[in-house]
Each structure stands twice: as C-alpha cells, then as structure tokens.
Design a protein around this ligand. Structure first.
Ligand code: 3H9
Length: 695
C-alpha cells in the first residue's frame, strides 16, 4: 500500500486515509494511492460502505500545484474522481480543514459529504489562473445550480461548512471527532439503506444565455486582464448545454488552455512567491522571537491611525502618543469613523468596533511608552525630528523593546545610530492607506538583530500584511523603482506625449492607474515640498523646476484640490485632460526649447517599464532585495502590478532579458541618463541567456 494513502476497516466501514503533509496535495502518489485503496475497499467483503478522509490537518487542499507544467502522470485527477464515482459501494467524504480545488472535486465524486463544523470547502483554482479541472465545473452545477456554481467558482473563496450545508453541498455537519462521527454517519446510511447518489447523473437546469453574458459583464472591470474567470464561466455554461461526458471534454479543453497560458504561469508564481517572501535566508523557525503584547505608535495622523488599526483589528492593544490632546482626539475619532464605515458596509459588527476601540489608550508623554514591546514612529519625514524621537525612545523604552520607524525615504542606519541599541531598530514601511494596503516593507538596518527581524516578519503576518524584508537605500524597493518610472513619465510628456496617453498605456498594461493619476491621488504637493526642501538645502544638486512644480505652486495638488495634472469634477475621481496642465507643459517645453515629437505607445511602455526592470536589477545586485520574487511581491501588493503578469521581474523574464537589456542599452546610448546605465546583473543574465527566475 502507498505510503501516502492507507486503507483500514472500522466496523462495517472501509476507511481510505490520505496522509501527505502538509496539505494532502493530490500529487501522483496520492492519486495512485487512492485508486489502489479503493480497489482494496471494494474487494473487502466486510466493508459495507467506504469513506475517504484526510490525515493531519486537512482533507486534500487540491491538486499538487508543483506538478503543473511537468509531464502529466496517470491516473489523472479527473480519472480518479470518476473511478470514485463508479465505485460499487456507497462512498462518503469526511471533510475537515480545507477541502479545496481537486480536494473538493474528490468529495463531489462521492455519494455523501459529511464535514466538521470548522471545515471549509471551495474551488479556488481561479486564483491560480485555472478552472476546476477534475469535474468541478460539471458536477457542482448539477448539485447547486449553474448560477450558484458559477459564482462560487469565479469567486474562488473557501466557504464555511454551514453555508455549504444550506447550499446543498454538504449533507451533514458534525462537531468533535470527525472520524468517529463520520463512521457513525456512514453506518446510519448503511442501516437506512441510503441510495447511491452519483452527482454526474443529476440533471442541470438550462439557463438563458443572458445569465452568463450578464455575469461576464458584471466581473469585466474587476477581472480585467485575467483569463481564468471567463473560462470558468464558459465551462459552467457547457454543463448546462452538453451531456456530462461532453461537458467534461469541454472542461478539459478549457483547463488545458489555461494551464498553458502565461496568466496561469504568473499566478502560480505569485502563489509560491507569497509564501517564499516570508522566508528569510539565515532565519529559521528556531530563531527566537520576542513577544509583542502591546504596541506604541507615535503620531496619530492619517498614517499613525492607519497603522494602529492593523494592530487593533488583530486584537493587539495600542498606545498612541501625540504632542497635543487635540491631535490625539482627532486621531482616535478618525479611527472610530473608519471602523464604523466598515461596520456600515456589513464587514464588522458594532461589538467588534467597540472591541477594537477598547484596545486604544492615549498619552502625551514618552514616559508612558516604558512598557510597550514595539514602538512605531509615524512622525514628520525629517531626519532631525526622527533622531529626536529615537533619542527619547532609547531613554524610555524597556530593554528588548523593538524600535521601528515608518520612514519611506530616510536612512534607517542613521536613525538607529541615534540610539544605544541599533540592533533593536528596524524600518516598518507601511503603505497608505495603512489599514488597507497589504504590503509592509520591513527594512533591515546594518545592526538589526535576527531576533528583531524574525519578530517583525512574524508580526507582519499576524496583522494581515505581506511583509517583505528589504535593505536600506533611498526609497527602499518600492518607491525607488516608482521614482524612476515617474521621472520617465514626466520626460515622455516633455518630449511630446500627453499625460493621458502615458496613463492609458500603463493602465492598459494592467496597472490600476497611470503615473499621473497616481501623482494626483498621492498629491502633487508631496513631491513638490520634498524638491523645494532639496532646492533650499542643496541647490546645486537639486532637481530643476518643471511643470509639475508649477502646478503645485498654483495649489493644483491633485484629486484633493479638484485638479492637478488632470481635472476632476466635483465628487468624481475620473481624471480628465486639463487645459491648465497642458498650458504649463507647453510653457515648460518652450522655456527649455524642446521640440516635441510624436511619442509612440510602445516607447512609453518600454521606457516606463524597462527603467523599472533595470532599477529592480540594480536593487538585486546591491542586495537591497534578497530575491527577484521579493521585488515582484512589493510591486503586486504595494502598487497593484497585475497579478496575471506575475510581478515586475517575472514579467521581465517572460519578455526576455536580452530584449530588455538591448533596449536599456539603446536608451542609455541615446540619453546618457545614468538611470539607463545597464545593471551589471541584467547585462550578465542577458548575455548568458538566463532569467531572474534562475537566480
Ligand atoms: C487544483 O486543484 C486543480 C484541479 O481542479 C484540477 C487538476 C487537474 N500544492 O499556504 P500554506 C504548500 S489547483 C502544492 O503556507 P496555510 C505551500 O506552498 C489547487 N503545495 O499553509 C506551503 O509550502 P511550504 C487548488 C501546496 O495553512 C505549504 O503547502 N487548491 C498546495 O496558510 C503550506 O501552505 C488551492 O489552490 C498545493 N495545492 O494554508 C489551495 N497548497 O511550506 C492552495 C499548499 O514549502 N493552498 N501548498 O511554503 C492554499 O490555499 C493554502 O495552502 C491552504 C493552507 C489554505 C491549503
């Protein structure tokens, strides 16, 4: 018998147990093991019914994703489900943990489904750029109707046992010892002479074509660029139009198309990258971590408040510090307002709101931070101010407290040097709005201890963030790359493109918005103030004044003032081309004697994206990001880089590094701009015909 699947008899019931940690993925050995165990059960005269159950923490959580892209090995998962359904004996699935994808499809090959009350089931293949390919798109509609099945498959979210019972997927929900309860349930079915129930033999009601086309329209915007959701709809529609065998054939065709698509390759890369990003070379499960029971936050503005909400929502008490009571009151009121807005949308109960609010305390004195385990400062972005804050923290905080800065631009090492414990200092760069954005760049200083890194990476997960460990440099990984792209966008406009043209090219590429709409959202005043500061402090090296500065000087700060690079109608965030901005652009071009030319969409795409790839490569070269996948995750979670392109560096690999390198070199030769100086790493990989993914 296979090592990963076993057969034993318990009274009248033959039990097939899948034991393939950690998640009982349905790799080749498991698939073969199930078929063999079924044969044993069928041959076992003492077994009046058979049951399939997961060992360890879960029922199988799906096909083995690592096998995709490799040559297929028999038996295939659809065949295994069919063999189960063809069983001569009554077959019961006993579910705990997460029966996902192929795991749920196995249960649909059974006659009855019993689940623990804590169990979840779902078909999340869409998140991997796939569709349920082991009969899920054909059997689920037969069980719950095409409309409900289509919604569940396109959403791809695991559903709770109680809901699945209501939907008619699960027959019995139990609590306590699943195996014992499921055997009792199976024995009862046998005693009652319960009939066989082959899902494939159920009929499915025909739906009008509109049901499918309307659903497609309703997701068109949200799923822009993704292939799988639309294939899922087609597969479910096939279930309503074809007989089961023909429907299965259609499902296979659509599944195979998706499996071979670049979108699915990208989404599968993201699945593993998301898990890999939390693993820091040199830091293991054994690295000691500090206990974070209470957090101090300095600054109760939008950023400080947003940061606080992450901890409050995770049940971790927060002490907020400000210089004035008024600022504290305002900050706390804003947090309440945000929670109440969430409750209004039905995503929180009022009890939960009160529970979160009860975890906040406030103070006007640094001395009150003496008992917190972690402090995060979110004060004004100025080195002098930050150093003062860290000096105070060093004075008041207890030994072992972690001192974190939310700086987005300043040198974490310099900040750490203003304390006598640089090993306890780390950057925690939250992205705005801090209670919403999932990315957290954790910035390792030269002296930051492994213990502090391990604690903060772990904490990132606890508060629902994707923590990426990065090194110290101006802008870290995300903003350093962003600034290079923004500068190219401005240059392209100077040379003759319009802001709308540039934005459209990047929006069509799949980004949530273009560089200029993004600047308007963030506020033109932000960059302008930083540039003004530089012009004051270091006039020789400061950037020269351009049309973006001119707009900011006119208090055209973007969405918040009704106009920036674009105009905005009252209460509408749609960017509209602006005559005022165009006049400033013209004025600037004239002043500089620039002769404009037609700039092609392709040039916009190449200059805006290849400059990012080149910078990403420099970041890798310098060790600021540990692996290409770290850059991918920063850009997916921090800036909405399209998931179906797999992240910046993964996408670059698909384009071809030789092609990108040749263009980067061409732009460098043409412009002499140091930003286009090809990264040595990019050059090396391109010349060796290798990819970032090979590193
Ligand atoms: C499918 O079923 C297609 C079929 O319809 C048709 C086929 C023909 N395969 O997430 P975690 C690894 S598509 C391989 O950290 P958690 C994971 O990489 C599949 N490996 O734990 C990690 O490895 P490592 C549909 C897998 O408790 C370890 O297991 N199913 C798979 O936070 C622990 O994972 C899905 O899409 C897999 N299927 O969450 C479900 N799943 O330790 C995908 C996990 O080396 N999985 N691993 O980093 C999940 O959503 C979560 O893993 C789960 C557990 C909720 C199960």
């Amino acid at each position: 018998m296979s090592e990963v699947v076993s057969y034993e008899r318990d009274g009248d019931i033959g039990v097939i147990t899948v034991d393939n940690p950690p998640v009982n993925a349905l790799g080749h050995a498991v698939r073969q093991g199930i078929v063999d165990a079924l044969d044993k059960g069928l041959a076992d005269d003492g077994a009046k019914a058979l049951m399939i159950i997961g060992g360890g923490r879960t029922f199988p959580a799906g096909a083995d994703i690592r096998e995709f892209g490799k040559p297929p090995q028999e038996p295939s998962l659809p065949d295994v489900v069919q063999v189960l359904e063809n069983s001569d004996k009554l077959l019961i699935a006993a579910v705990h943990g997460t029966a996902l994808g192929g795991g749920m499809e196995i249960t649909l090959g059974c006659d009855y489904r019993v689940a623990l009350d804590s169990a979840k089931m779902g078909l999340p293949e869409v998140n991997l750029g796939l569709l349920p390919g082991a009969g899920g798109t054909q059997r689920l509609p037969r069980l719950i109707g095409a409309k409900a099945a289509m919604q569940a498959i396109v959403e791809g979210k695991p559903m709770k046992a109680a809901k699945l019972k209501d939907m008619g997927v699960i027959d019995e929900v139990v609590s306590g010892d699943l195996k014992a309860e499921a055997i009792a349930y199976a024995e009862k079915l046998v005693a009652d002479g319960a009939p066989r129930r082959k899902v494939s033999e159920l009929s499915v009601e025909k739906e009008s074509d509109n049901v499918f086309s309307e659903f497609e329209q309703s997701i068109a915007r949200k799923k822009r660029g993704f292939l799988a959701p639309f294939h899922c709809i087609k597969a479910v529609q096939a279930a309503t139009e074809l007989d089961f065998a023909a429907g299965m054939k259609r499902e296979r065709e659509l599944f195979t198309e998706l499996l071979n698509s670049p979108e699915s390759a990208a989404q599968r890369h993201v699945f593993f990258a998301e898990r890999e990003v939390g693993k820091v070379p040199g830091i293991s499960k054994e690295t000691p971590k500090r206990d974070i029971k209470q957090v101090g936050i300095i600054g109760a503005g939008t950023m400080g408040g947003g940061i606080a909400m992450n901890f409050l929502s995770a049940g971790i008490p927060v002490k907020m510090l400000e210089m004035k009571q008024e600022a504290l009151d305002k900050g706390v009121a804003l947090i309440r307002k945000n929670y109440e807005a969430t409750a209004k949308k039905g995503r929180m109960t009022s009890d939960q709101v009160e529970k979160c609010m009860s975890l906040i305390s406030t103070s006007l004195s640094y001395d009150d931070l003496s008992d917190v385990d972690l402090v995060i400062e979110a004060v004004f972005e100025n080195m002098k101010v930050k150093k003062q804050v860290f000096g105070e923290l060093d004075r008041v905080c207890k030994d072992g407290a972690i001192l974190a800065t939310n700086t987005s631009t300043l040198d974490v090492n310099e900040i750490a040097q203003s304390t006598n414990r640089p090993e306890d200092v780390i950057g925690m760069h939250f992205f705005s709005p801090a209670n919403v954005m999932k990315l957290l760049e954790n910035v390792r200083g030269e002296a930051t201890s492994d213990e502090v890194i391990a604690t903060v990476m772990d904490l990132s997960k606890r508060i629902g963030k994707v923590g990426v460990l990065v090194g110290v440099c101006n802008g870290f990984v995300g903003n350093r790359i962003l600034h290079k792209r923004q500068a190219q966008a401005v240059k392209l406009v100077n040379e003759g493109a319009t802001p709308s043209q540039v934005d459209k090219v990047l929006f069509d590429f799949g980004l949530p918005m273009g560089p200029f709409a993004m600047a308007d959202l963030a506020g033109l005043d932000v960059g302008w103030r930083i540039r003004e500061g530089l012009r004051e402090d270091d006039p020789e090296n400061a950037p020269e004044r351009d049309w973006m500065d001119a707009l900011a000087e006119q208090e055209r700060w973007g969405q918040k003032t009704g106009g920036g690079v674009f105009d905005y109608a009252e209460g509408d965030r749609t960017p509209r081309p602006s005559d005022t901005a165009m006049a400033e652009i013209e004025k600037y071009r004239k002043e500089k004697g620039i002769e404009t030319r037609e700039v092609s969409d392709q040039e916009i795409l190449e200059r805006c994206l290849y400059v990012m790839v080149n910078e990403g490569a420099k970041i890798l070269e310098e060790g600021i990001a540990m692996r290409p996948l770290d850059v991918d995750i920063v850009w997916i979670y921090g800036y909405g880089f399209p998931v179906y392109r797999g992240g910046l560096m993964f996408w670059a690999d698909q384009v071809g590094l030789d092609k990108i390198h040749a263009k980067v070199k061409q732009f460098y030769d043409e412009s002499g701009d140091p930003v286009w100086q090809p990264s040595a790493l990019l050059e090396k990989l391109a010349s060796e015909g290798r990819k970032f993914g090979d590193l």
